[in-house]
Design a protein. Structure first.
Length: 265
């Protein structure tokens, strides 16, 4: 599978549970803008079959290189970012929950889910767009996980699929600030994540980020029950150059920490 086909599959899977993102993209395109993806982000658990270490070769195989490593102490997450060698295509941000840093009973729930992952199927890149690789948990299990970690509950219910795409403000012609983009998005009726401020980061950190609040759509749980839960959101990023004119290529942990909260219930 070539990179274009991979990212198309990711987008198609993403907008199935984040339909408002498709509307936002279409709106900017209707204004004559060419929408370029700054990065795509994924979530997982630090368990052998689906850990960052296990999934990373798939990303590297697309022609990417490791560009950064990050730690989120409060949320008990690790993350790595990847950039395309040729400079074409979105960056990739891959995070994982450090399950052993929680209570053993919490870990047992996660391990029960992960034990269902078919490691012999050779899913490869399909892990990133194939949806949940285990049977639907009960809503009660989802709710118990959410009380401890909203991140864990999200992955349990939705799998390792893309949790957000990101519009590059640098690639837009008619919008040059995040506030101008957010004003356009809000005029369409979408809410913005204001945790830590509407705009996370600054020119001094060389990266500014903002995001919508995640869509809420019905998701099937065990027994065929459907509940409306937060799914995915759309992010916007503006990158700045350093004194040598080099555009920042990484991420800012403090800002990313707040962006994670776009999916909180």
């Amino acid at each position: 599978m070539d990179n274009d086909a991979f990212f198309r599959k990711l987008w198609d899977d993403y907008v199935e549970i984040a339909p408002r993102a498709a509307g936002i993209r279409a709106h900017f395109e209707s204004l004559g803008e060419t929408v370029v993806d700054d990065h795509v982000a994924f979530r997982t658990f630090d368990r052998d079959s689906i850990s960052i270490a296990a999934l990373e070769p798939q990303i590297l195989g697309l022609g990417y290189v490791l560009s950064g490593e990050y730690r989120f102490e409060q949320k008990r997450l690790r993350a790595r970012s990847y950039s395309p060698k040729a400079g074409n295509g979105p960056r990739v941000f891959l995070s994982e929950l450090c399950v052993d840093e929680f209570d053993p009973a919490f870990g047992e729930v996660i391990d029960t889910l992960v034990s269902e992952v078919d490691t012999q199927s050779g899913m490869g890149l399909a892990y990133f767009y194939g949806g949940r690789p285990w049977a639907a948990p009960s809503f009660a299990t989802y709710s118990r996980l959410a009380e401890v970690s909203e991140y864990a509950a999200w992955v349990a219910a939705l799998g390792m699929r893309a949790n957000h795409f990101t519009i590059s403000i640098n690639a837009l012609n008619g919008f040059h600030t995040l506030e101008s983009v957010l004003a356009e998005v809000e005029a369409l009726g979408f809410s913005v994540n204001d945790s830590g401020g509407r705009v996370k980061g600054s020119p001094a950190t060389r990266l500014e980020q903002a995001s919508t609040i995640a869509d809420r759509v019905p998701v099937e749980f065990a027994g065929g029950d459907h509940y409306v839960i937060p799914t995915c959101y759309y992010e916007f990023a503006l990158r700045h150059e350093d004194g040598d004119g080099v555009l920042f290529d990484g991420f800012v942990a403090d800002s990313a920490d707040r962006i994670f909260e776009s999916t909180h219930s």
